[in-house]
Design a protein. Structure first.
Lengths: 241, 419
């Protein structure tokens, strides 16, 4: 973890921030100002950035790597509510309501971030209200995602939810493998946490999908031979039950 | 339309419930009148040599308080201020520790340290093992009074051997105690059980207020019983809700706070216990509070330190500051007293121990200082750091002063000749 301490930010630093959607409409001067107040932080894989219930005082922007967002029940069970990738922001909810963190954010790979203290962010946003519109856009996207998830949990069977989760993983975390395959580093437990199912039930459905040739299971990764076939499977996953 | 109807039903239900509880309480009070004939501490408490009464009364020191007593009170005041400051600063301290040290560990180690920090600062500990522990503690807490009642029925006493039953009415009260114990152990009609316990306590208060203060921890379980559903026998009660936990904490804390002042008032009793069991004088917290006092009057300073330690502990539990740490310490102290110092006769202390464990394992702890914390947090967020620091410091100093000194000053005027 290191903070950018020099007064004049480098060209690459400015470019990095300018690529983040919420800062895209900022002028060079504002970007420079933002660069000065945004600390660069580096996280190892599987490191928690903040925990659910923590007091919130920062907004984060992912520069590289990724993180999962999850909520924990009283008995420690986790429900993954989202995955974040480069140029995405998190920690914006508490910026608006001032309450404690609503979920835990944990890195899934070596991750570089920029963190801005809420106080500093407010100062920048007061001068450039457009930033707040972008923050609201990010929030709206999250609300839409949660709405869809609620609908899926209420009306869709487990195979559909798992195929959908895999499709999302392919889009966000998929790495190209040999012969057009897509490799996703994940485990049945991780997939189960995304769809709200236990490990046993998730493994059963994954094996069924494997038999249908939609995926190949490995120790800590899932290989998708044909990503388009997986997407098409969403159309007939209802019929598997 | 629907809302109105629902409201009416709720109001009707509340009225019906209140209508059932009030006569139950009265009935319970009348049932237990004349139950205990005399109170004497079951633990031996004969004074070997009299205490110097002037230590506890108005004398030549500042405000008429003995210098050693004042020194102990000042130490308690300092600890109160320090721990309240630590409480207000727990978030920034925790954050610094997590960022500078724990994040480097990552993975499981980070989760373990976070859980430990959550435990120490009364935050929810989200882990399977903690949930299992909580469930077990709640079951023990809800049932232990039943075990105690069974034990006392076989010892011709009311709840504790300290309160022997009048031989003329002992038989009927033993039946009542066993009946109540069966209801508790089978979790049947818990509101009735709660009302009977509260009724007994009200009777004890009428009979002797010092005895009632001694028995205050039993009210903690009564609070939970009274607020349980009448169909309790059909339910698996394995958690205590936030409202119940707040009342449990308040009752428990007020009990210890009052017991602490009672030790200073009725100092001969606790000094007598120490004369009979000198081991109990070897307590690390009491030693800390006694630091710097003159060695001439060790028993007097011990009584004062012990009493004020209980006042301090009770206060922290009442306001919900480091509740888990304090209840864990107290559970340890009580268990040690029961198993090591006094022996198995003190087994009825299992119910305050269970109450302490129920608080310690709860994930629904609140603090009475949340309003001050919100002000402090708002000031911090708006960058008013000096105002924030002054608010924290001012609130801590004022509260700590009010907790210790006015009451201590008042106790130096109390007449103990009729004790």
């Amino acid at each position: 973890m290191s903070a950018s301490s020099d007064n004049t930010p480098s060209e690459s630093d400015l470019r990095e921030l300018a690529q983040v959607p919420i800062f895209q409409r900022l002028g060079a001067r504002e970007l420079e100002q933002l660069c000065r107040i945004a600390n660069r932080e580096s996280f190892k894989p599987n490191t928690v950035v903040f925990f659910q219930g923590d007091r919130a005082d920062k907004l984060y922007v992912i520069l590289s790597g990724g993180a999962k967002v999850y909520r924990q029940a009283e008995d420690g069970r986790q429900k993954i509510v989202g995955t974040l990738g480069p140029r995405e922001i998190f920690g914006e909810l508490t910026l608006l309501d001032g309450r404690e963190r609503s979920a835990t954010v944990e890195t899934i790979a070596q991750t570089e971030m920029r963190s801005v203290a809420h106080r500093d962010f407010r100062a920048v946003a007061t001068k450039n209200p457009d930033i707040l519109w972008r923050v609201m856009e990010a929030l709206c996207e999250r609300i839409r995602g949660l709405n869809e998830e609620t609908l899926n949990l209420a009306f869709e069977e487990l195979p559909y939810r798992i195929v959908q989760a895999l499709d999302e993983l392919v889009e966000k975390r998929g790495k190209p493998g040999a012969g057009g395959r897509i490799v996703v580093e994940t485990t049945p437990a991780d997939i189960g946490q995304r769809v709200g199912a236990d490990r046993q039930e998730t493994c059963r459905v994954l094996k069924m999908l494997s038999k249908r040739g939609l995926l190949e299971l490995d120790a800590d990764e899932v290989v998708i031979p044909d990503a388009r076939a997986l997407k098409r499977a969403l159309e007939y996953a209802h019929e598997w039950f | 339309m629907v809302l109105v109807r629902r409201g009416n039903v709720a109001a009707e239900w509340r009225a019906r419930r209140a209508g059932t509880l009030a006569p139950t309480l009265l009935l319970a009070s009348s049932l237990v009148s004349s139950s205990a004939e005399a109170h004497e501490r079951f633990v031996k408490h004969r004074l070997k040599t009299p205490l110097h009464d002037e230590f506890f009364l108005q004398g030549p020191g500042l405000m008429g308080i003995h210098p050693d007593l004042l020194r102990i009170a000042t130490t308690v005041f300092t600890i109160l201020v320090a721990l309240m400051l630590l409480w207000y600063l727990r978030e920034p301290i925790g954050e610094t520790v997590e960022r500078r040290i724990v994040r480097r560990l990552g993975g499981g180690a980070q989760q373990i340290v976070h859980q430990l920090a959550g435990f120490l600062t009364d935050k929810p500990v989200r882990a399977r093992w903690f949930q299992v522990l909580r469930e077990w503690c709640v079951i023990l807490f809800l049932r232990s009074p039943g075990l105690v009642l069974m034990y006392s029925a076989t010892n011709d006493s009311l709840v504790m051997p300290s309160y022997p039953l009048d031989p003329a009415s002992a038989e009927i009260f033993k039946f009542i105690q066993v009946g109540l114990a069966i209801l508790i152990l089978t979790q049947t009609a818990l509101p009735l059980c709660g009302a009977m316990i509260i009724g007994t306590w009200i009777y004890l208060f009428r009979w002797g207020w010092m005895v009632a203060i001694d028995a205050m921890p039993v009210l903690t379980v009564a609070v939970v019983y009274v607020t349980s559903p009448w169909q309790s026998h059909k339910l698996a009660i394995i958690d205590i809700n936030e409202k119940q936990m707040r009342w449990l904490r308040l009752t428990l804390g007020v009990g210890f706070w009052a017991l602490g002042w009672l030790k200073l008032y009725n100092h001969d009793l606790i000094a007598g216990v120490a004369d009979s069991f000198p081991n109990i004088m070897n307590d690390p917290m009491v030693r800390l509070l006694k630091m710097g006092t003159s060695p001439g009057w060790p028993r007097e300073t011990w009584v004062a330190a012990f009493g004020l330690a209980e006042v301090m502990t009770g206060f922290f539990v009442v306001v919900g500051i480091f509740s888990r740490v304090w209840t864990l310490i107290m559970a340890f102290v009580f268990t040690k007293l029961m198993l090591v110092d006094f022996g198995w006769h003190e087994i009825p202390h299992i119910y305050p121990i269970a109450a302490l464990l129920a608080v310690m394992s709860s994930n629904k702890l609140t603090s009475e200082f949340e309003r001050i914390e919100r002000i402090e947090e708002r000031l911090g967020r708006s960058g008013k750091s000096l105002k924030q620091a002054l608010t924290i410091l001012g609130a801590s100093v004022i509260v700590a002063f009010l907790v210790v000194f006015p009451m201590l000053y008042a106790t130096t005027f109390l007449d103990r000749s009729k004790l």
